[in-house]
Ligand binder design. Structure first.
Ligand code: SER
Length: 265
């Protein structure tokens, strides 16, 4: 599939499940002094999560343009050194505003990856927050994931927050094992490009205030984000995001102008 087909297929999948397809918000957050740049698809829905704003729909999906160069989510140190971080990237996301919760988020993520897109389930791992028994049970009950591929991690990896303050909650990430011999189990969350996070399912249920205190939100929400350039690399069988059709036309043109050949990973 081309990158355009992958993006469209994601949006169509969630549109068929009652999601309103919305445009990407500006990368400069509107009316939010806590963020320099938009760092996630959920930023534009912060007010809905906090219960201070409403939309005409309670399910949404989009492809959000993100910049992660400052604050809590800053990938600057990785960019240019590895194959899968970018300062500017697209994030495919689906949201539930007090509507469906963990069960549907997990079922649909699994169905899209393994049934619609045909990823090999032996290559997929799901992580859950250390105390989230419910998410672990749902992975094992609602999907045909290899049970030993459901792993628990602590706050650093499995509790997602948009910034120092704001909506947050435990999350469940999907990682893909790209090793030749399926030996990636120990490389999940190890910063190794052979085992890469592709999708984060966040179960938003708290607000963190400027004193650091967590307060339960009026309702529970789903906020997911999939690395678009990463899923393109996986689907197109490339070892590096830069070798996909997202970047190659630009790289080829630069190579032409520079008169230097580009060597793929
Ligand atoms: N907000 C979460 C993230 O950015 C999921 O979209 O990872």
């Amino acid at each position: 599939m081309t990158s355009t087909e992958i993006r469209n297929s994601f949006l169509k999948y969630f549109e068929e499940r009652g999601h309103k397809i919305v445009p990407s918000a500006s990368v400069i957050p509107y009316d939010d002094p806590t963020l320099l740049f938009t760092n996630a698809g959920m930023n534009q829905f912060k007010d809905v999560f906090l219960g201070t704003g409403k939309r005409e729909y309670n399910r949404a999906a989009d492809s959000q343009k993100c910049i992660r160069v400052s604050g809590k989510h800053n990938d600057l140190e990785e960019v240019g050194r590895d194959t899968y971080h970018h300062t500017f990237f697209e994030m495919l996301g689906n949201w539930s505003f007090g509507d469906y919760y963990k069960k549907e988020a997990i079922e649909w993520a699994w169905e899209l990856l393994t049934k619609v897109w045909g990823l090999d389930k032996k290559r997929l791992y799901a992580t859950v927050y250390e105390s989230d028994d419910e998410a672990e049970e749902l992975w094992k009950k609602m999907t045909d994931i290899e049970p030993s591929h459901v792993l628990r991690f602590g706050k650093k990896d499995n509790f997602w927050e948009m910034g120092e303050t704001g909506p947050c909650g435990p999350c469940s990430e999907i990682h893909v094992d790209l090793t030749d011999d399926f030996s990636g189990s120990k490389l999940v969350n190890a910063g190794d490009p052979r085992v890469m996070e592709i999708w984060n399912l966040v179960f938003i249920q708290y607000n963190r205030d400027d004193q650091g205190t967590l307060t339960p939100l009026p309702a529970k929400h789903v906020d997911t984000g999939m690395g678009f350039e990463r899923i393109c690399a996986v689907m197109q069988g490339k070892k590096s995001n830069y070798d996909t059709d997202v970047f190659m036309p630009i790289i080829n043109r630069i190579s032409e102008i520079a008169g230097q050949p580009y060597k793929a990973q």
